[in-house]
Design a protein around this ligand. Sequence first.
Ligand code: ASP
Length: 421
Amino acid sequence: MFFLRGISRPVRIMIGMGLGIIAGILCNLIFNPATVQDLLLIRLFGIGGTLFLNLFKMIVVPVVLVSVTLGVVSMNKPELLGRIGGKTLFWFALTTLLSAAMGIFFATVFKIGHGTTISLPQDAGVKLSGKVHSISGTLTNLVPSNMFQAIVESNMLQIIVIALILGIALAKVSSQVPNLRIFLNEVDTLNLSIVNLILDLAPIGVFCLLAHTFSCFGFRVLLPLSKYIFCFLGVSALLMFVIYPALLMLFAKISPVKFYRKMFPVMLLAFSTSSSNAVLPANITTLNGKIGVSKNIATFILSLGATINMNGTAIMQCCATVLIAQLYNIPLSMAQIIEIISMTLIASIGTAGMPSAGILMLGLVLQSVGLPISGIALVLGVDRIVDMFRTVVNITGDAVTAVLVSSSEKELDRNVLNNSL
Ligand code: ASP
């Protein structure tokens, strides 16, 4: 990509994305969609995209472990940690509940399941490449029984819990192990340098990811479920362009336009990778270096958010639940609607920041109100593309919360937002 030299990173990523989408759609139109994924060229796109995703996944555990630990050490006082944690959970819960409520409301008003012509799955149990999670499983999994297993399996929520414990413990014996803190700070700097190296490869990485997705799925798959997709996109747009900006202006007094301009490259990465975890290192760097949120708060809130705060996923799950209920002709009572909204909040906590994780957790929401889990099969076909959009909403919601909390804690350096490029 030598010809992109001299062009800024966001523009390079955009060029990579644009070319990837065009290449993918062309391949989908030219080759037989049923066999396109077996072609050597498409496989090469797939390999390139997976390599790029792996690079991010490789670095995300060290980033979260080291920087959340350091963040907790420097917060030092448990009451400060508790206050920031409390505010963070408040905004996470509020935005997720709001997203879910808007999803249900618009999907019901626009009757997205009526007039949709797709065949309903007959079998009761749809085969998904993963397991449908339970509430108790989600809660008991918060604390790992084996620290190293959590790290090896990249279980982000457990890794955050480990980092919190390490941070609190390290703060207590800080004076006895001064070198350990210096060492962790140095590893943190090294991690940042690795993230920057990976970001330099982003144009090629996003090109491969998008070329692969669009050649396999094309736009045609979206047509039968266009009402569902439009409803999801409309509610997402409402959240992104009305609710988030209003929150940023009212509670942090910052310009949403500037915020979005700085966030744009991270949003493009989220769209291309469909993984909140993968873009976490880039999100932290942007929020701290370009928007002015203190490093501790950015790391703590974004790491937690990538794992437990999923506003876009909540919108998808609610729209999909209403769609499935309408297609099966099952009316939803007010009590069931409230149940769906609260289940979506729990599902959000259990959803990993990985591609397609949200669709697995949809099973939990459907189950809670007695809808057939096999209904998931109805939206599965378009989920790869819906996932790209909802991941953008997910990571933006995390960043908005980080700005709101840092502003209320006087940990937002407004000069950075106004002056950085
Ligand atoms: N892909 C989403 C994310 O990483 C999770 C989901 O599938 O909803 O944020």
